[in-house]
Design a protein around this ligand. Structure first.
Ligand SMILES: Cc1ncc(C[n+]2csc(CCOP(=O)(O)OP(=O)(O)O)c2C)c(N)n1
Ligand SMILES: [Mg+2]
Length: 740
């Protein structure tokens, strides 16, 4: 295998040279660097001890990475720049101003742990005051958050009014701060460079010349997998070297002087607005991957010994002695002070208050703004759409399609709130804006044209195309929303949401809970969903909403008609929680459910179902494109068999309107749950279970479901019709249930 491994013997490190070569760090800074690095190592050692005593429950160390952390902290500004670190960044955090006590609170899982209040593993840093954004355990996701964060900084800088607070929506609870020349630091290990999100982040940072400083801390291993297996040619610097607009650095990251000089050059480049930087630091990992790993199983002693010779902590100690910056007494005094402090902080942390068991639901959603509340219950602003004497409606009250009203709602919300920005695949009118401006082309505005005209009205920095990469869309949006923007992003087809699944399931839904409310990323993901298209086939027809209603922290909305789409989308945009807004493609331009535009204030609270028609004999609970099909079946049943069906359109799937369902079932004693997704393990299973649990004694018949066959939507219409629930299927099931 052809490889270009980094050879530490070739390193030009200042620590290897003779005296007087430690510029640009002063003696004072070098002593402080040693204090931070030694403190970092001692906290790791203390945590390892506590883990062995079963007083903490997990340990992952920053050992071997300390010099890089200190260098980054020296080159960057806490509470000014933004930080998306990873678990080896203990020394960075200490260098920025986090305290050993705070870290040990994290280790014991104390209520006051500033990272997560005892919700995340130790070393999963977050620090609101220092601008350290919450991180997960997922390798690589943070790279896209960093990109979004940098985009937000740039946006607020060019739209300073957008940063102003406003009453009555999520902005009331989101402080926005930005600087003209801030840098966004993001770090990751060598193994993590194999993740697609890393490359997606480099691509966008490069293309947009964003001030993101990528720091790869290359310890040669990802748990037991060596770098030459992860990375073609074993050197990530070589692979990324052709990205345009980047400043590149590669160096021995066990040397703080060399590391600082490299970080300084990289930071200067970013801060001057030239673009991103890629800092590749070769480090060591002396303490195995974590306390759950024993590297002796896959690394021979010889390899571990040669690493140990580069250990940054003893190396800097030797350097300070050799250079006469500290004598032996000075070193001993410093180390003793650190030891005593870490010991005292550990004792104090062990006595700290622990989180309460009854706090488990706190911060799953915003504590400040409840989207089910009356704040979001706002009536249409137009007069009732009555016909005029000539039998014609005034233009404003002409019934419009769901597509029209979604477009109009987006437009009005963008006018109202400058923080609303839209991006996704093909959502812009034209990325080559001059074509539209010169009237050479009309512009696209989305494959379903839902965002048509928005770029032309609001500009290319508020409505723009993303790369064809769904994780890129959601990941960047999370970083932006974390800073206070309100991204309303589009996933072109539900069938292609899966590359973003990690960002949706592990990041978006969790930002608030895992940071104990220090951070939040309320944003809207609009998704075109569903079948009944004739020709949509497997990959343009999928439903799958229950995969997302299963995720705490996400709101899931699925309107069936134009008016509901407008009212619920406005709530989604103004609320303080992340929302998955599912738009049925078949309903976009359907005659069913058209409505005049209800005005720029119309809102429907989440969690409130709509009774499409009242009835007494049987309850049908459904949503989305099954609503018109169920209505047709219910009307036929009434005509032909005098069965009175109460039809409930849930429209909000999480939260959902249990009260409305329960009231109806108590009245009718019969319930059918109908949905377009595949039958088994679907959304209806949860409703059926709840009915069985809570309403068993009210039932006169078994709970029934009608849904898609447990297979895939076929292209040939004969197949599609057989697979998706049809009005005739609904009619049959309703009739059987009524007759039971
Ligand atoms: C997406 C994902 N896959 C797998 C893991 C499990 N895991 C945690 S750390 C790690 C290795 C990371 O190696 P590297 O990026 O080199 O960082 P290092 O720990 O060496 O500093 C793995 C596989 C994870 N946390 N996230
Ligand atoms: Mg590694």
């Amino acid at each position: 295998m052809a490889t270009t491994k980094f050879d530490p013997k070739l390193s030009e490190g200042a620590l290897k040279k003779e005296s007087g070569t430690h510029q640009p760090l002063t003696s004072r800074q070098l002593i402080d660097a040693y204090r931070i690095m030694f403190t970092s190592r001692r906290i790791d050692d203390r945590e390892i001890l506590l883990k062995r005593q079963q007083k903490v429950f997990f340990q992952i160390s920053g050992a071997g990475h300390e010099a890089v952390g200190v260098a980054a902290a020296y080159a960057l500004k806490p509470s000014y720049d933004w930080f998306f670190p990873y678990y080896r960044d203990r020394a960075l955090l200490l260098g920025l101003g986090a305290t050993p006590y705070e870290m040990l609170l994290g280790a014991v899982g104390a209520a006051d742990d500033p990272s997560s209040g005892g919700r995340q593993m130790p070393s999963h840093w977050a620090h609101k005051r220092l601008n350290v954004f919450t991180q997960s355990s997922c390798t690589g996701t943070q790279a896209l958050h960093a990109v979004g964060c940098a985009e937000a900084g740039r946006f607020f800088n060019s739209h300073p009014n957008a940063a102003r607070k406003a009453e009555g929506d999520y902005r009331q609870f989101k402080d926005v701060q930005f600087r003209g020349d801030e840098i966004v630091y993001v770090s990751l290990g060598d193994g993590t460079t194999s993740e697609g999100e890393f490359w997606e982040a480099l691509n966008t940072a490069s293309n947009l010349r964003l001030p993101v400083l990528f720091c790869v801390q290359d310890n040669g291993y990802a748990i037991s997998v060596p770098v030459e297996v992860q990375t073609a040619g074993a050197n990530i610097s070589r692979l990324v070297s052709s990205f345009p607009n980047f400043h590149f650095e590669e160096f021995d990251g066990t040397d703080p002087v060399l590391s600082y000089a490299a970080f300084k050059r990289a930071a200067d480049y970013c801060r001057a607005g030239h673009g991103p930087a890629f800092v590749h630091a070769h480090v060591i990992r002396p303490y195995s991957h974590s306390l759950s790993d024993d590297e002796r199983l896959y690394r021979p002693d010889s390899e571990r010994e040669s690493d140990a010779a580069r250990d940054p902590v003893p190396r800097l100690q030797m350097f300070l002695l050799r250079e006469g910056i500290l004598d032996e007494n000075g070193i001993n005094r410093l180390e003793k002070e650190v030891e005593e402090q870490v010991q005292a902080d550990a004792d104090r942390a062990l006595d700290a208050a622990l989180p309460q068991a009854d706090s488990i639901y706190t911060f799953v959603y915003s504590p400040d703004l409840d989207p089910t509340s009356a704040v979001f219950d706002q009536h249409p602003a137009y007069a009732a759409p009555e016909a005029t004497s000539e039998g014609k409606r005034p233009a404003a009250s002409q019934p419009k399609t769901m597509a029209d009203l979604i477009n109009a709602t987006l437009r009005d919300e963008m006018r109202r709130d400058e923080r609303v920005i839209i991006f996704g695949e093909d959502v812009a009118d034209a990325s080559r804006e001059e074509y539209v401006k010169q009237k050479l082309v009309k512009g696209k505005g989305g494959v379903f044209k839902l965002t048509a005209g928005l770029q032309m009205e609001f500009g290319a920095d508020r409505v723009f195309n993303s790369p064809l990469a769904e994780a890129n869309i959601v990941g960047r949006a999370i970083g932006m929303a974390g800073r206070g923007l309100k991204p309303v992003v589009e996933i072109q087809f539900f069938d292609y949401i899966w590359p973003a699944m990690m960002q949706l399931r592990e990041e978006l839904s969790l930002v608030r809970w895992r940071s104990n409310n220090a951070f939040s990323s309320p944003l809207v993901v609009r998704v075109a969903i569903g079948g009944y298209l004739t020709g949509g086939a497997i990959y343009h027809s999928q439903c799958g909403e229950s995969t997302f209603t299963h995720v705490p922290g996400l709101r899931v909305i699925f309107p069936s008609n134009a008016l509901d789409a407008a009212g619920l989308l406005r709530t989604a945009i103004r609320c303080d929680d992340p929302v998955l807004f599912l738009e049925h493609k078949r309903l976009y331009r359907e005659t069913f459910g058209r409505a005049p535009y209800p005005g720029p204030g119309y809102m429907i609270p989440f969690g409130k179902a709509k009774v499409v028609q009242a009835g007494t004999d049987l309850t049908v609970v459904t949503y989305g494109a099954v609503v018109p099909r169920a209505l047709q079946a219910a009307q036929k049943l009434e005509r032909e068999h005098q069965v009175s069906v109460e039809l409930i359109d849930l429209r909000s799937l999480n939260p959902f309107d249990w009260e409305r369902i329960a009231d109806s079932v108590r009245k009718t004693s019969r319930v059918l749950i109908a949905y377009e997704d595949t039958l088994s393990w679907g959304y209806g299973a949860e409703i059926a279970a709840r009915v069985a649990d809570d309403l068993f004694h009210d039932l006169d018949a078994p709970v029934k479901r009608v849904a898609a066959a447990d297979t895939f939507v076929g292209y040939q219409p004969i197949l599609e019709d057989a697979i998706l629930p049809q009005s005739s299927d609904l009619f049959r099931a309703m009739k059987e249930l009524a007759q039971f």
